[in-house]
Design a binder for this molecule. Sequence first.
Ligand code: ADP
Ligand code: MG
Length: 604
Amino acid sequence: MRHMPDTPDAPRIRILDPATVNQIAAGEVVERPASVVKELLENAIDAGAGSIVIDLTASKETITAIRVTDDGCGMAPADAQLAFVPHATSKIASIDDLHRIRTLGFRGEALATIAAVSRVTLVTKLRGSGAVPGTRIIMEGGQVLETAGTGAPDGTGVLVEDLFFNTPARKKFQKSKNTELAHIHDILEGICLSHPAIAFHLYYNSTEQLVTDRTNRTLDTIARLFGSGIIRDLIPVNASLSFLTVNGFVSRPSLARKDRARMIVSVNQRFITSPAINDAIKAGYGTLLPKDRFPVAFLNLTLDTTLVDVNVHPTKKQIRLSREKEITEFIRTSVRDALLTHDLIPAAESPASMVTLVPGLPEKPVRSYDLSTTTAPGGVFESTHAGTAATDQRLRQTELSIDCDPTHLVSSLLPEIEVIGEFGGIYILARTSGDELLLIDQHAAHERILYEQVTGQALETRPSQELISPVILHRSAKEAAILKDLLPALAREGFILEGFGGDAFLVRAVPVVLGRLEETTVIDEIISDLVSEEAAQTVSNRERITRIVACRGAVKAGTVCTQEQSQRIVDQLRRMKNPFTCPHGRPTMIRFTRKELDTMFKRI
Ligand code: ADP
Ligand code: MG
């Protein structure tokens, strides 16, 4: 047996010495260099700093030193010594204070634990202490090496070197320097966005990396951090309840990303990570985004402090919310309402509007549209007779069922649109009454129309239309098994299929929106899509089938429409509740304003 004491009667349990306790605690608070940056920044913010400077020093392989300097309240000599004592804090006196906590720190752990696993030099001077000198304290592995009076400006500077020098296991687990730098950037972005009124400067080996100005406009901070190009695609969100205010920006769907990294949320000016809040923001987009796409969002929540428990984890990155359901539901509807009341057409990439907001900023490319795969020439409408007839068939179907209530048109989210041409059988060229040029993806647009038409029917079972001659489908054994399970769900959506012996099926009827299907291949495509998609689905069967029907029933890309047909698509699209994206979240249109075009041509 391990840890066997020398004498059998001696106690085996011992109380750990404070240095060991601190090193263990450090494991929770100080995971990596970014944790040091976070804790020091939080202390500077709590000290009321107006300007904070972060200096990182790195060798080829690792970050060797982190210094955070602030112009905050500073510390008197006695406080400076107490600051390194575990559980010493000026921020709370008892647990009750946690319910009204306004500071970022409260556990009194950070400086003690950082000092336990590194070499720390603190220089501080109490603001307004006049002739009384400042204090310098040097700590190493939790031991005080030096305490001295020193000349110093008001405020505090903390230098952390040789992180994890005495905890080799932790040191070994550090990722590459670039990974650690990325984590530091993430922390800094979150903190800058939750404190736009503080100026932040980041230096890396003495080279300036990032600057934010003191501002009361979060947009300025966003532009500093991510480039001003992003701003045109942001929509403001401002909404409040008695106990909750939501302020900030969410992106147009066109700016969506594959990850959640740019959903940056703070609660009472604390940058946090909350899957529940992220989910609520995403839910606000509904079908504007596919399930594996995430919006860009910068939201600051102001919440009654009694409803937030920040004492969940030593790093204070997670929170627990009381009334979480109400809060997340309000976030969802705030985001949704903001999206519904704003123009969601992605603006075309133009060099013009970028510079107007924050002069002198580098522009980071946010996205670009690659049209290079389009080979067919465009401009004139050309079409075969048979093709025109088939397209007509598809369009008529959607026109018939769209509700022609004129009030619907009045409330259109789009201006009047006149079709002027087409490009490659894929894009419709149009101009708006607002003197803008639109490029419309004809397939995406028609897909949206079909989708809203189907979902507009609040029916348990959707109407179906019998085929003039039933279609026989043959499937592989595996697909047939999947399809058999789906038959009841398909019937509810208007597909009447029967087993036809072995792995064959007879299709008797299809949803009315698909019309008098003459192209039986569409049925085959729809069924293939259904059985080929992965079994693990997050959307309901109904939603999945609807999207597939919309996609397969819509006019295909590459089908050349007549000008009149294109105009009909556009007119139908104008009546949609959500004309800006297809059900998968891709944009239906891109807009160029006259001004943007003029600027591109250097007319202004
Ligand atoms: P906490 O922030 O949870 O109180 P810390 O260990 O981070 O614990 O800091 C301990 C105390 O040291 C703080 O409560 C504060 O009084 C003081 N302190 C730390 N950093 C600063 C700073 N940059 N400026 C002024 N006081 C500071
Ligand atoms: Mg702290």
